[in-house]
Design a binder for this molecule. Structure first.
Ligand code: TYM
Length: 343
């Protein structure tokens, strides 16, 4: 993470982040989250990462598929470079403290705060009366995830910024109401060229596992042919590539492909454009395909290998849950005391 990010004083520098096991992983999840998790793990932070299965069921999940998706997500973390020996890696439902602290935060958060969340509006759609209560309360559970570990920094994609800001509001209101300085005011960390990877078919929409068109996204399980074909068919405009970032203004599809290239190559957009400026997309797309296949194939191969031993994945998650509980339990206990509950 860059130097500009402030650590609240008196709290250990600790990163927390989570991903929902609600279907396959996309290139958006990789570039916006997993790749950055593997990087921050090597820096001066304690790192805690969670498969948020309690969040996933706020919209219907087929029980037969949820367990598979949770294991596959765990395989995705490890294959992307998150090392269970260096980071705590676990699934949310194994650490009951998440649901327990979320209840306290349900009493701190205000209805109006939840109603303003764009993810709530998007996911609930027009028929809010039929959305689950859990979907509405989702951000309070997310605040519990983060604050249970007194996390100071939360690396996420751009779409989660509003939820991390709400976490700050919940922490501040709790601290204020109970006259304590107990929860940190967490920083969202949204950095790099690919904090918002867009659909390959429509540069105004986020790349998402829930998009009905599989051509709109690159899945982390796609093989080389699928990746190449999706990039070849990705929407672009008739212009060639500019030599400077300014030239990508009002060209969302072109900007998206350059951002993806930059993130995969660990370069800045300016560096990429210095090299490819003046080329046509017919020349740039094969370069992007080659890079994407080189970076993503080893990950999908490793995911497939790990998935052949689900018992090993379960053992990693159980061990991670023990480590997570060791941090979370005292924080929950102290929260109950602050609230005035008899212990
Ligand atoms: P989720 O499961 O939708 O996505 C997981 C992570 O991937 C990022 N991401 C993207 N980044 C860039 N471009 C995209 N197209 C893209 N799509 C997804 C997300 O921003 C996220 O970082 N509410 C969270 C999960 C969560 C969580 C937490 C995150 C629950 N508790 C506590 C951080 C801390 C979510 O639904 O992410």
């Amino acid at each position: 993470m860059s130097e500009g990010v402030q650590t609240p004083p008196a709290f250990t520098k600790r990163v927390f982040s989570g991903i929902q096991p609600s279907g396959g992983l996309t290139l958006g999840n990789y570039l916006g989250a997993l790749k950055r998790f593997a990087e921050v793990q090597e820096q001066d932070y304690e790192t805690v990462f969670c498969m948020v299965d309690l969040h996933a069921i706020t919209v219907w999940q087929d029980p037969d598929k949820l367990a598979h998706a949770t294991r596959e997500l765990c395989a995705g973390f490890i294959a992307s470079g998150v090392d269970p020996k260096k980071s705590v890696l676990f699934n949310q439902s194994q650490v009951a403290e998440h649901a327990q602290l979320a209840w306290i935060f349900n009493t701190v958060a205000r209805m109006g705060w939840m109603q303003r969340m764009t993810q709530w509006k998007d996911k609930a759609g027009k028929n809010t009366q039929n959305a689950s209560l859990g979907l509405f309360a989702y951000p309070a559970l997310m605040a519990a995830d983060i604050l249970l570990y007194h996390a100071t920094h939360v690396p996420v994609g751009d779409d989660q910024k509003q939820h991390v800001e709400l976490t700050r509001d919940i922490a501040a209101k709790f601290n204020h109401d109970y006259k304590v300085d107990f929860f940190p005011i967490t920083e969202p960390v949204i950095e790099g060229a690919a904090t918002r990877v867009m659909s390959l078919r429509d540069g105004s929409k986020k790349m998402s596992k829930s998009d009905p068109s599989d051509m709109s996204r690159i899945n982390m399980t796609d093989d080389a042919d699928a990746i190449a074909s999706k990039i070849r068919k990705a929407r672009t405009d008739p212009e060639g590539l500019p030599s400077e970032a300014e030239g990508l203004k009002d060209r969302p599809e072109a900007r998206n492909l350059v951002n993806i290239y930059a993130a995969l190559a660990n370069q800045s957009v300016d560096q990429v454009l210095a090299d490819v400026g003046g080329k046509q997309f017919s020349e740039f797309k094969p370069m992007l395909s080659e890079l994407a296949v080189a970076k993503l194939s080893p990950i999908s191969t490793e995911m497939a290998r790990l998935m052949r031993d689900p018992a090993e994945i379960d053992a990693i998650l159980r061990d991670g849950a023990d480590q997570a509980r060791a941090i979370a339990a005292p924080v929950l206990e102290r929260t109950y005391e602050i609230v005035g509950m008899v212990r």
